[in-house]
Design a protein around this ligand. Structure first.
Ligand code: UD1
Ligand code: CA
Length: 448
């Protein structure tokens, strides 16, 4: 069960707290993902009534239960009784503790089952326990309960062992136990009071120390959100470097949670790889590059450029200072130089756009050469139109291709041509507006 119905007041945000992103993924998504990877099923998420955005983010792989009013984490738990009444064991996770790893959850559940416990909880020992529930123990070291931060006194405030906010419960104990919880001084029903209740009822309470304090980092505020981002980023970079990716200056590289990289690729400084992005082998990406939601083949080089929602095949070179916009597809060995903008355009293998220009809504064959300053005039103010350029075409510098227009295979345009009519294959279009004439026979060794 993932609790995600709290108000998240301390974020000062119009967005539900658990949807704030860490490395490109909403916190609740990360928690659900860890639960799923730990083998927990079904997954029930407790949400507030205005939680359309959370449902959009998590989809229909999980079950939703509503908590009409945020009356505390214990009250949130009560709402899920109908959905989980028959479960033998119930893991309860907070949607705002995004760094938890599935291996830790699995170990906690295994310990819980092995000990036959009624309650198992994850704890951490922190230098600064401020804001968190403190674990109290008796003189023999046995847990006696959890004291919430706002209910601490002189003696409990200095306790550094805290509640990590992850629990396993024995189902048959949990639901009757929940009914007995009272409200705190602030009117909320605290799920943490279950621990003292279990101790009083002589039920077995087991604790497990989290492997490092970072996994239990709870995000209640934006500074804590930034801290979670820092930790997860470090983890992601470490993972890719271990898998064979070179990063000379990892601290300046941003890699989203869902990005995949292959071995012998180098990510140079100030590079952002975001969204659903895959990058193949032996690529050199950066410096100063942004790639989002794109697939990049093997042996590519992207320098100081931006690539969005596009497919880049093997051995493509891009940049510096170019922009590949959504819906583009660059086939093998395409070369994009500086200051080129390519949008919703497919470029055939070996085609070159070496200098500044704009290709939008175009389809270009293989081994075409697009001269400096070429523009596809794709927009007439109302609609966008397509430009088709055949294989082997040679588009002269500063050509304006007024779409819809079709440049035949092997055709050329003269410098400065404004092409308003289709050019048949093997023709040369010149002038304003361009006139078509058959190409002269190729001279030996030279271009037409
Ligand atoms: C909670 C724990 C605290 C622990 C800390 C770890 C309680 C009472 N306290 O404190 O012991 O050290 O987490 O990070 O649980 N929620 C609901 N409905 C509600 C209230 C909360 O669904 O009515 C959800 C929130 O969305 C959140 C989670 O429960 O995901 C925890 O609530 P939060 O207010 O963040 O508790 P903390 O003060 O952080
Ligand atoms: Ca919290």
């Amino acid at each position: 069960m993932v609790l995600a119905a709290g108000k998240g007041t301390r974020m000062r945000s119009d967005t539900p707290k658990v949807l704030h992103r860490v490395c490109g993924r909403g916190m609740a998504w990360l928690v659900v993902d860890a639960a799923r990877a730990a083998g927990f099923a079904p997954i029930v998420v407790v949400v507030s009534p205005d939680s359309g955005a959370i449902k959009d983010a998590l989809g229909d792989q999980v079950t939703y239960v509503e908590q009409a009013e945020p009356l505390g984490s214990g009250h949130a738990l009560q709402q899920a009784e109908g959905a989980l009444r028959n479960a033998q064991s119930v893991a309860v996770l907070y949607g705002d503790v995004p760094l938890i790893q599935s291996s830790t959850l699995r170990r906690m559940m295994d310990l819980h089952l092995a000990e036959g416990a009624s309650v198992t909880l994850l704890t951490a020992t922190l230098e600064d326990p401020d804001g968190l529930g403190r674990i109290t123990r008796d003189s023999s070291g046995k847990i006696t309960g959890i004291v919430e931060d706002n209910e601490t006194d002189e003696s409990t405030r200095s306790i550094t062992e805290v509640n990590g906010g992850m629990y396993c419960f024995r189902g048959a104990w949990l639901w009757p136990g929940l009914g007995g919880l009272g409200a705190s001084s602030g009117g909320e029903v605290y799920l943490t009071d279950l621990v003292a209740a279990a101790v009083q009822g002589k039920a077995t309470v087991v604790s497990m120390e989290a492997p490092g304090s970072q996994e239990t980092l709870g995000v209640n505020s934006r500074p804590q959100l930034a801290e979670a981002e820092r930790v997860l980023l470090e983890r992601i970079r470490e993972r890719w470097m271990t898998n064979g990716v070179t990063m000379p200056d990892p601290a300046t590289v941003y890699i989203g949670h869902s990005v995949e990289l292959d071995r012998d690729t180098t990510i140079l400084p100030n590079t952002h790889l975001a969204g659903d992005t895959q990058i193949g082998r032996r690529c050199e990406i950066g410096p100063n590059t942004i790639i989002s939601d794109s697939s990049i083949g093997n042996g590519c080089r992207v320098v100081a450029s931006m690539v969005e929602m596009s497919v880049i095949e093997d051995d493509v070179h891009i940049g510096p200072f170019s922009h590949i916009r959504p819906g583009s597809h660059l086939e093998q060995r395409v070369h994009i130089g500086n200051f080129a903008e390519v949008s919703r355009t497919r470029l055939g293998s070996g085609t070159k756009v070496s200098h500044f220009g704009y290709l939008g809504d175009a389809s270009v064959g293989a081994h075409a050469n697009i001269g400096a300053g070429t523009v596809t005039c794709n927009y007439d103010g109302e609609e966008k139109h397509r430009t088709v350029i055949g294989s082997g075409a040679f588009i002269g510098s500063d050509s304006m291709l007024v779409a819809p227009v079709d440049i035949g295979e092997g055709s050329s345009t003269g410098a400065g041509a404004v092409v308003t009519r289709d050019v048949p294959p093997d023709h040369l279009a010149v002038g304003i507006p361009a006139r078509n004439r058959p190409k002269r026979k190729k001279k030996r060794g030279g271009d037409p």
